[in-house]
Design a protein around this ligand. Structure first.
Ligand code: FES
Length: 277
């Protein structure tokens, strides 16, 4: 089979001998992705109003930051970022949200993920619509030519994603400390658990990455000769076996984490505190 050649047309589009509900998975993927993209875009633009800081909850001594806005480089008045508030060099005609500096990294990481590629090629591009189901195109280009060759940037997004796990871990740690600066007390609230579960799920997804597995040992011809690499490789493989599950659980939970913090900041939800020492 030539990679650029014309394939012999075996089935018409959608034609298959499969008797299972093969359309179910791409349909669910389409609905899941679409819902997340719509919500996360909406949430990112909610940060354009500097008087409403619903991506951060600081009520009752808490310190919860939405993962869509972490780390906050340029924040708003209630929650200034590392470099202060809206940068003076930002074009006045463009809306500004702290999320614009952040969300392209996790978005790029997921968009180029090997699992997600397979999922959205089917669900959005119908290319093919599922395994052993007739597809619309008669040619196969693979990912060796523009624009899909750009999917190879995944390994670079992976480097950034690993750094983000450390940052979100710090956010989860911060969520366990309540009170004013200099007089904080350890405690656990629902919001703390939400942020801890968030970073655990994201870590399970990130540390099961195919590119990471290659980096820690997959590049070796005989990893058995490098025991440290072999151990790392096996650990990543362990997570990688359920990569799809980690991908979906972390995607859903990161959205719910933003929802929870947003509703607390808006005063809709009360953050229940289990205890404070
Ligand atoms: S392959 Fe899915 S995160 Fe890298």
């Amino acid at each position: 089979m030539s990679s650029l050649g014309v394939l012999p047309k075996q089935r018409h589009f959608g034609e298959t001998t499969r008797v299972d509900a093969w359309w179910m998975q791409p349909t669910l993927v389409f609905l899941g992705f679409t819902s997340f993209i719509v919500y996360s875009t909406w949430a990112a633009f909610q940060g354009t109003d500097p008087t409403h800081c619903y991506y951060w909850y600081g009520g009752d001594g808490a310190n919860y930051l939405s993962p869509f806005y972490s780390p906050t480089l340029f924040g708003s008045v209630p929650h200034p970022g590392i470099f202060g508030v809206t940068p003076s060099w930002w074009p006045a005609l463009l809306p500004f949200s702290p999320a614009f500096f952040i969300m392209w990294i996790p978005a790029g990481f997921r968009f180029t993920c090997y699992y997600y590629r397979g999922a959205y090629y089917k669900a959005f591009w119908l290319d093919p619509v599922n395994c052993a189901v007739g597809e619309a195109r008669g040619t196969y280009w693979g990912e060796r030519y523009l624009p899909l060759i750009l999917q190879n940037v995944h390994r670079y997004f992976m480097y950034l994603a690993v750094i983000f796990i450390a940052i979100l871990g710090r956010d989860a740690w911060d969520s366990l400390w309540f009170g004013d600066e200099g007089a904080k007390h350890f405690g656990v609230a629902v919001g703390s658990l939400v942020l801890i579960v968030n970073v655990v799920l994201l870590a399970g997804y990130t540390f099961g990455c195919h590119s990471l597995r290659h980096l820690v040992g997959g590049f070796l011809d005989a990893k058995s000769k490098a025991s440290a690499c072999a151990s790392c490789y096996n650990a990543v493989s362990c997570l990688n076996r359920k990569h799809m599950l980690w991908a979906w659980m972390s995607l859903i939970w990161v959205g719910l984490t933003d929802v929870y913090i947003r509703l607390c900041a808006m005063g809709v939800l009360h953050d229940f505190r289990f205890f404070t020492l």
